[in-house]
Design a protein around this ligand. Structure first.
Ligand code: BGC
Length: 377
């Protein structure tokens, strides 16, 4: 295979989120997942990958596979378990982990909202409640002040539209509502949280870059009819652009979580099939924002690791093409470093380069090889 095209300092990493790997949490999701029928395999996040205790092993996994970046989330309910009271020990805990990442030349990227809330926010109406945006902003400001010296990249909110859809429209996720008004409130509060936190964080530390990790889907017309093309435009707008349009001025970079692609037509089924180079397309489509781009998540559930190896090679090849076309793409984070608690699917879907006991799958080795062969020297 020819050498791929990656710029100097390109980030080759992987991602996790606190609730999915840490274990031992006490937030809105930990209560929700205990209710009967909420989680496919009846499991909970009680232990997950035990990363709260085993974070240094996670860093070892990153090192073993030659990754130079790690996207994780800082759990609000750990930092501020009671309203207005910041937990010094939890801050120290994350500080240790972050210091260790930086010491090992692994660039940290941190998310502050990855679908979970402290219980006192849940009691006050959750993300749809009035308290959410101002108190989240206070938390974000505190995190920038505490960790801005080491964490320069903040993918502040993770997939706000996916969260509202699953939690407030479809009731598949915590808080389990089917309520359009509450959903719209949650949506608006997330917009407000991104805007306010951006300003507060940059005030606390002007050296940091604050972005977002936005779920994006690639759509392409299945045929050349006017209707298919218009419908494709509509899907792109509602899925990929609507939220970003509202926070564009409060982004230093765009993080894209990419999992799905569809061909679009004007008769049933409206959406079908896949697009072979969907990752390439989604990055190209997002160049018009004029922001540096990171792929903040991309992966697949594949316990036997049959498809993942080719998937990684293919993803990096598409990204190399994007860069060759002059795109300011700065990093790729595979989802996920390790098998984890996959929300309503429990442990039934395995996205990890490593299994939950931290044994590498063959893909971890393939990723390592790809990184070593293609990183810029
Ligand atoms: C989320 C992750 C999730 C992954 C795989 C993304 O929507 O950010 O938390 O595990 O997809 O489903």
């Amino acid at each position: 295979m020819d050498k791929l095209n990656f710029p100097k300092n390109f980030l080759f990493g992987s991602a996790t989120s606190a609730h999915q790997v840490e274990g031992g949490l006490n937030n809105d999701w930990t209560h929700w997942e205990k209710k009967a029928g909420k989680i496919f395999d009846g499991s909970t996040s009680k232990i997950a990958a035990d990363s709260w205790n085993c974070w240094s092993k996670d860093i070892q996994l990153l090192k073993n596979s030659s990754q130079n970046a790690y996207r994780f989330s800082i759990e609000w309910s750990q930092i501020e378990p009671q309203e207005g009271e910041f937990d010094i020990a939890a801050i120290k805990h994350y500080r240790q982990m972050i210091d260790e990442l930086v010491k090992n030349d692994i660039t940290p990227m941190a998310t502050l909202f990855h679908f979970t809330c402290p219980l006192w926010i849940d009691d006050a109406g959750g993300v749809a409640g009035k308290k959410f945006a101002p108190t989240f902003t206070r938390f974000a400001e505190k995190m920038a002040a505490e960790f801005g010296d080491k964490i320069k990249l903040w993918s502040l909110l993770n997939e706000p539209t996916v969260y509202v859809n699953a939690g407030y429209f479809q009731a598949r996720w915590c808080p389990g509502k089917k309520n359009i008004i509450a959903g719209i409130r949650a949506f608006l509060n997330l917009i407000s949280a991104q805007r306010k936190s951006y300003l507060a964080m940059k005030k606390a530390d002007s050296t940091i870059k604050v972005g977002i990790a936005m779920n994006m889907t690639a759509f392409r017309p299945k045929n050349d009819s006017f209707c298919s093309r218009q419908l494709t435009r509509f899907f792109r707008w509602i899925t990929n652009e609507f939220f970003i349009n509202r926070v564009r001025n409060c982004l230093d970079f765009l993080g894209i979580n990419f999992y799905s692609s569809y061909q679009v037509q004007c008769k049933k089924p409206f959406l079908s099939g896949k697009i072979a180079d969907g990752l390439y397309q989604i990055v190209i489509e997002n160049r018009h924002w004029n922001l540096p781009i990171y792929i903040t998540e991309n992966g697949l559930p594949d316990e036997d690791d049959v498809d993942r190896q080719k998937f990684i090679v293919d993803a990096l090849s598409q990204l190399s093409r994007v860069i060759g076309d002059g795109t300011d793409l700065r990093g790729y984070f595979h989802w996920s470093l390790i098998d984890n608690f996959e929300w309503a699917s429990g442990y039934s879907m395995k996205f990890g380069l490593h299994d939950i006991n931290r044994h590498p799958r063959k893909s971890a080795e393939i990723y390592r090889k790809m990184i070593l062969e293609n990183r810029h020297r």
